[in-house]
Every structure is written in C-alpha cells, then in structure tokens.
Design a protein around this ligand. Structure first.
Ligand code: G6P
Ligand code: ZN
Length: 543
C-alpha cells in the first residue's frame, strides 16, 4: 500500500452551502469530484496529519462507496484514526455526538438531509468542526478557495475495507474504528431523559407511531423506542434505511409525511406520532387528531423541559430563528431567561450554545435541539416530548390547549412557492424591499403596519453581522409577515412566506390556523404582489 499523489483539475462548482456541498449524485460520482472536495477540506483545516475524525452518512445511494474514497484520502493525508459508523452509517446528530464524545478534530458527514436519494437524486458531504457543529463560514470559505486551486490529492492505494464488521482495522498506518452507530447516541439520550417513566407509560398501553421514512433513524428508533423503552413492535414504521429511501421524500412535514398524518387523524390513531428526515436531524410531532407546529413544539418543550432530568436545573436561554413564531419568547419571558432571535440556519445557534447562553434552540423548518450536540436532533425532540407526556400524563391536545390558555396562541403557518423563476423571485423581493420605508403607519386588511425592515443579526458572541436575512412586516396587533427566499432549494427560487397572528385568549384559541391567518395571508399577497410578480396565487406546500 503506497500513498499516491494524484494529479487533478479543479471543479468550479464546489462552493459549500450552509449544509456542506450538495449536488446530484452523478455529479459527485464524476472522477475526482469527491476526491477533490475531501482533499480541499483537509487542506482548509491545515491538513489531516495525525488527526482523528468521525465519518458516517445517512446511507443514501453512493454513501458506501464515498466512505471508502474518503477513508483512502484521509489515510493518504496521514490521518491517525477515523471512527466510522458501521456500514458507514451515522445520523447527523449521532455524528455530532461522536465528534464531541471522542474529542476528535472534526468529522465528515455524507448526507443531503431531507432531499431524496438515489442514482439520479441528491448526495452531499459536509465537514463539522471539533465542537460537533457545521463548519462556520470562515472554514467553508477556505474549503471553497482550496477547491479552486487544487492540482493534486493524496490517496492511499488500498482495497476497500470491511465497514460491516464492528472493530478496529488498519488502512495503511491509519486506524479505522468501526463503531455501532446507535449505542453511544442511545446512551446520551438515556442520560438526558427519564427512560423508566417513559417505559412505564408504554407499559401502560401508550401507543406511538414513529415514521423513519426509510431513512437513517430507523435503527435509532427501533433501539431506543422499541428495545430500550419497550414500545410495541411496529411502533417504528419505514424503519429499514434504503439507498433511495424507498422512493419517499424523507422530509417530515404534513405534505411528505402524509401516511403518518392520515393515521394520526384516522379512526384508530395512536396517542403520539412523530417523523424524522433523511439524516435524522429534523422532526415533526403529531398528537391524536392534532398537528403540532414546530414553533409551538419549541415553546412547549421550553416550558416543560425541566420535567426531563437532563434539563431539571432549568434553561440558560432559548434561541429561535427569526421566521419562527414568537411563542417561545413568551415562555422565556415568563421563565425570566434570555430569548435570542437569529437568522435562518442552525449554524447561527452554535456560538450561543458554545457560550452557554442558550440551552434550547428551534426553527420553524422542523428543527429542534439543545446543547447536548451541535446539530438539530429529531429523535431528541421526540424523546423530550415523550418525557413530558409521561410526567404530565396528559394528551398532546390537552398540553397544547393548556399552553395556549396560559400564554395565548401564536397562530402560525408557512406558505412555500417552489420553483419560481429566479429572476421573477428576485424582482419581487427587490420591489418589496424598496417599498419597506413607505409601509409603517399604513393600513391593510384592517390592520396597521407598525414596522417594516430587512432582518439583520449581530452575533452577541463574536460580533459578526449578517445582513438581509428576510423582510419583516410587523403589525400593531402583533401579527407579522416574513418573506425570504430559501437558501436550500435546488430548482429555481423558493419563496417562503411566514405568517403569524397572536390571539391572547381566552376566546379564539382553537381556530384553524389558515382561517385565523386569512387577513394576514391576504395582506402578504397584496403587499408583495406575489401573483403579479410570479404568476402564482397558491402555495404548493403549507406547513
Ligand atoms: C436546513 C437548515 C435549517 C434551515 C432549513 C431551511 O434544514 O439546517 O437551519 O432552517 O434548512 O432553510 P431555507 O433557507 O430553505 O428556508
Ligand atoms: Zn436533515
């Protein structure tokens, strides 16, 4: 086995986004494409020599072969050790945990998250830093710079190694530890939550459905829910990870997790339903006959987290992305703790978590998590809900009703207009931005606009400033419209319209959100001219 220096030419399109490099799988499978990106990653972090990394992915098509290539490049660059999930599989939160637990120099995660997988679908690679979180912009910029100047990469000339068997093997001088992808993560969950209380609830007949969507959380759900907590066999559905996710779009929202929604709203609905995404960091929670919006979920979790042993001492603070509803702010105010408002993107929570300012974080995009790892964590959120249900011994519907009675209800919905021509979407946003100074004081749909701006964020820890993070139109009655273009869409532009209206109660707390928000929706269409600009009058996804 020798280390080869392989000549290569740069690819112009390897700029990592917020979640690493994502492309169609055939693009990743082009000769040298993955090799170049991994070499550039090692170059950007000052080399791999003598370092230890974690490696794993969500098991999508090409995951297994990509892992072998990444290992050979790591060995070629002199890495000392790589900890790999068995079968090259790790959920994103489990990878984050292993990076931290083993005090490694970071990790490489192979995933395109909730995007479909398969020979013609999506693949992705991202680098997480030693804190367990996604690489910050300074690192991804250095990676991109290295992809543009690369002329060669180092590769250990060696055959594939067996990643299916647990244990230690050598790849040249590099150690490869193949570990159980689930065990350490499950232990972490057991250290945070009251497993005996949850197990007792299942023993008493509590029924749950966890839809793993043929993605990575199947084995995690089976081990934790069915084996450790004693939930009935069959609690986990679509529990076998498949390279193409069985053709499912593994994104846990009411549109894509429609099978779960149908069951939870059907005649024999279980007590509790949940789903996670391709790589296990997103979650959706549903009660019997009641959908829990991610913004409400975050607020309920913040209000009740102290019921779980891992959070019994209370929360240091909470953080939410700007478009997420203000429901959690009301909880923070009552608890007397700080509430941070960040731009969209989990990376903005990293400093707040590292600095001990926030314990719980969440986004309207089905992401919830805490300082236990540095990624959002789907199963963690599900287990915190289960812990709360086990202690309070009430239904999801009862818990939500009591929450709204206490804090009032932030009616909330997100309307997505996908695959708009990029120039049309940009023109619409420019016109809207230009109109902002004229809006305050004007009336629409019987509501007065009190403020209108483009959200900017100054990180309280490192002082960095992020501009133009989304247009906000605030109304005197507490209602709010936010509009921004998605940073993760793959086809044209996706317009996201976030709608919120506050009802203090006690009257009017149990309306259909789309009805409660009707005037705000009409105002959004009128103020932005969505129809005239884009030709679209109806969203194609509503969450
Ligand atoms: C990913 C990110 C989240 C973000 C979401 C939606 O899941 O990790 O932080 O909220 O995408 O982002 P988008 O720009 O498409 O609204
Ligand atoms: Zn994900």
């Amino acid at each position: 086995m020798t280390i080869q220096t392989v000549p290569t030419t740069a690819f112009a399109d390897q700029k990592p986004g917020t979640s690493g490099l994502r492309k169609k799988t055939p693009a990743f499978m082009k000769p040298n494409y993955l090799e170049n990106f991994v070499q550039a990653t090692f170059t950007a972090i000052g080399g791999a020599a003598g370092k230890t990394f974690v490696l794993g992915g969500d098991g999508r098509y090409f995951n297994d072969r990509a892992a072998q290539i990444i290992l050979r490049i790591a060995a070629g660059n002199g890495a000392a050790r790589v900890i790999v999930g068995q079968g090259a599989v790790l959920s994103t939160p489990a990878a984050s945990h292993l990076i931290r637990l083993n005090k490694t120099d970071g990790g490489i995660i192979m995933s395109a998250s909730h995007n479909p997988g398969g020979p013609e679908e999506d693949f992705g690679v991202k680098f997480n830093t030693p804190n367990g979180g996604p690489a910050p912009e300074s690192v991804t910029e250095a990676m991109f710079a290295a992809t543009k100047t690369i002329t060669e990469y180092k590769l250990l000339d060696a055959p594939d190694i067996d990643l299916g068997t647990l244990g230690r093997v050598s790849l040249g001088d590099m150690i490869v530890d193949v570990v159980d992808p689930v065990a350490d993560y499950a232990d972490l969950m057991e250290s945070l939550f009251d497993f005996p209380a949850i197990a007792q609830m299942f023993a008493n007949g509590f029924r749950m459905r966890f839809d793993a969507m043929c993605a990575v959380t199947g084995p995690y759900g089976s081990e934790i829910l069915e084996r450790r907590l004693g939930a009935a066999g069959g609690t986990v559905t679509h529990g076998t990870p498949l390279p193409d996710f069985g053709g499912m779009h593994p994104d846990p929202n009411p549109t894509w997790a429609h099978e779960l929604m149908a069951e939870m709203f059907g005649p024999d609905a279980p007590d509790f339903g949940a789903a996670s995404d391709g790589d296990g960091d997103r979650n959706m929670v549903v009660g019997r006959g009641i959908y829990v919006s991610p913004s409400d979920s975050l607020a309920v979790l913040a209000a009740n987290a102290h019921l779980a042993p891992g959070y019994a001492k209370g929360l240091a603070g909470v953080a939410r992305s700007m478009p997420t509803s203000a429901a959690v702010d009301r909880v923070a105010a009552k608890l007397g703790i700080a509430a941070y408002e960040t731009p969209t993107g989990w990376k903005f929570f990293g400093n707040l978590l590292d600095d001990g300012r926030a314990t719980l974080c969440g986004e309207e995009s089905f992401g919830t998590g805490s300082d236990h790892v540095r990624e959002k964590d789907g199963l963690w959120a599900v287990l915190l809900w289960l812990n709360i249900l086990a202690v309070r011994k009430e239904s999801v519907a009862e818990i939500l009703a009591q929450h709204w009675a206490e804090y009032g209800r932030n009616y909330y919905s997100r309307h997505d207009f996908e695959a708009i021509a990029t120039d049309k979407a940009d023109a619409m946003m420019s016109a809207l931005r230009a109109s902002l100074p004229t809006l305050p004081g004007t009336q629409i749909e019987g509501m007065t606009i009190s403020a209108a701006d483009d959200f900017a964020y100054t990180d309280p820890v490192d002082g960095s400033v992020s501009q133009k993070q989304g247009v906000r139109i605030l109304f005197a009655d507490g209602s709010r419209i936010v509009m921004r273009l998605s940073g993760t869409g793959t086809e044209g532009a996706t317009l996201r319209v976030y709608l919120e209206r506050y009802a203090p109660g006690p009257e009017g707390l149990d309306l259909d959100p789309q009805d409660a928000l009707a005037p705000v929706i009409r105002a959004a269409h009128a103020l932005a001219g969505i129809g005239p600009h884009t030709g679209r009058t109806e969203p194609n996804v509503i969450t």
